[in-house]
Design a protein around this ligand. Structure first.
Ligand SMILES: [Zn+2]
Length: 94
Protein backbone atom coordinates (compact mmCIF):
# COMPACT_ATOMS: atom_id res chain seq x y z
CA UNK A 1 0.00 0.00 0.00
CA UNK A 2 2.67 2.40 1.08
CA UNK A 3 4.98 1.25 -1.65
CA UNK A 4 2.33 1.71 -4.32
CA UNK A 5 1.50 5.12 -3.01
CA UNK A 6 5.15 6.10 -3.11
CA UNK A 7 5.42 4.80 -6.64
CA UNK A 8 2.41 6.80 -7.71
CA UNK A 9 3.75 9.92 -6.06
CA UNK A 10 7.02 9.36 -7.85
CA UNK A 11 5.25 9.05 -11.16
CA UNK A 12 3.28 12.20 -10.47
CA UNK A 13 6.44 14.00 -9.48
CA UNK A 14 8.22 12.90 -12.62
CA UNK A 15 5.29 13.99 -14.75
CA UNK A 16 5.17 17.31 -12.98
CA UNK A 17 8.88 17.79 -13.49
CA UNK A 18 8.61 16.92 -17.15
CA UNK A 19 5.73 19.29 -17.60
CA UNK A 20 7.64 21.99 -15.79
CA UNK A 21 10.69 21.39 -17.94
CA UNK A 22 8.55 21.48 -21.04
CA UNK A 23 6.93 24.71 -19.93
CA UNK A 24 10.34 26.10 -19.14
CA UNK A 25 11.52 25.13 -22.60
CA UNK A 26 8.49 26.78 -24.13
CA UNK A 27 9.11 29.88 -22.11
CA UNK A 28 12.70 29.91 -23.27
CA UNK A 29 11.64 29.54 -26.88
CA UNK A 30 9.11 32.28 -26.41
CA UNK A 31 11.70 34.59 -24.90
CA UNK A 32 14.15 33.82 -27.70
CA UNK A 33 11.48 34.45 -30.32
CA UNK A 34 10.59 37.73 -28.70
CA UNK A 35 14.22 38.74 -28.52
CA UNK A 36 14.70 37.89 -32.20
CA UNK A 37 11.78 40.15 -33.10
CA UNK A 38 13.22 42.88 -30.92
CA UNK A 39 16.67 42.52 -32.47
CA UNK A 40 15.13 42.70 -35.94
CA UNK A 41 13.26 45.86 -35.04
CA UNK A 42 16.36 47.39 -33.50
CA UNK A 43 18.44 46.54 -36.54
CA UNK A 44 16.04 48.55 -38.63
CA UNK A 45 16.74 51.57 -36.45
CA UNK A 46 20.49 51.29 -36.87
CA UNK A 47 21.70 53.03 -40.01
CA UNK A 48 23.67 50.76 -42.27
CA UNK A 49 27.32 51.81 -42.09
CA UNK A 50 28.65 53.27 -45.31
CA UNK A 51 32.24 52.33 -44.64
CA UNK A 52 32.02 48.80 -45.90
CA UNK A 53 35.46 47.31 -45.44
CA UNK A 54 36.04 46.48 -49.05
CA UNK A 55 39.02 47.14 -51.22
CA UNK A 56 42.43 48.37 -50.27
CA UNK A 57 41.43 52.05 -50.29
CA UNK A 58 39.15 51.54 -47.31
CA UNK A 59 41.43 49.41 -45.17
CA UNK A 60 42.82 50.95 -42.05
CA UNK A 61 46.29 50.07 -40.90
CA UNK A 62 46.24 49.14 -37.25
CA UNK A 63 49.91 49.94 -36.93
CA UNK A 64 49.68 53.63 -37.70
CA UNK A 65 45.95 54.13 -38.21
CA UNK A 66 46.36 55.37 -41.76
CA UNK A 67 44.03 54.09 -44.43
CA UNK A 68 44.98 52.73 -47.85
CA UNK A 69 47.46 50.13 -46.67
CA UNK A 70 47.47 47.01 -44.58
CA UNK A 71 49.50 46.80 -41.42
CA UNK A 72 51.80 44.23 -43.00
CA UNK A 73 52.63 46.84 -45.66
CA UNK A 74 52.91 49.62 -43.13
CA UNK A 75 55.89 51.91 -43.72
CA UNK A 76 55.89 52.85 -40.05
CA UNK A 77 56.07 49.22 -39.00
CA UNK A 78 58.78 48.55 -41.52
CA UNK A 79 60.77 51.47 -40.14
CA UNK A 80 60.31 50.24 -36.58
CA UNK A 81 60.94 46.58 -37.23
CA UNK A 82 64.03 46.84 -39.35
CA UNK A 83 66.69 48.93 -37.65
CA UNK A 84 69.20 47.59 -40.18
CA UNK A 85 67.81 49.93 -42.77
CA UNK A 86 68.36 52.70 -40.27
CA UNK A 87 71.76 53.16 -38.67
CA UNK A 88 73.30 50.17 -40.39
CA UNK A 89 72.40 51.58 -43.76
CA UNK A 90 75.02 54.23 -43.27
CA UNK A 91 77.62 53.78 -45.97
CA UNK A 92 80.73 52.09 -44.70
CA UNK A 93 83.77 54.33 -44.58
CA UNK A 94 86.65 51.92 -44.86
ZN1 LIG B 1 50.48 51.92 -41.41
Amino acid sequence: MHLEHAKMTDTINILAMERKALRHQHKKDYIIARLRVRIASLEQLIPIPHHAPRGKSTVTCYECGVTSHYSNKCPMKAANNSPRTGSNAVPLTS
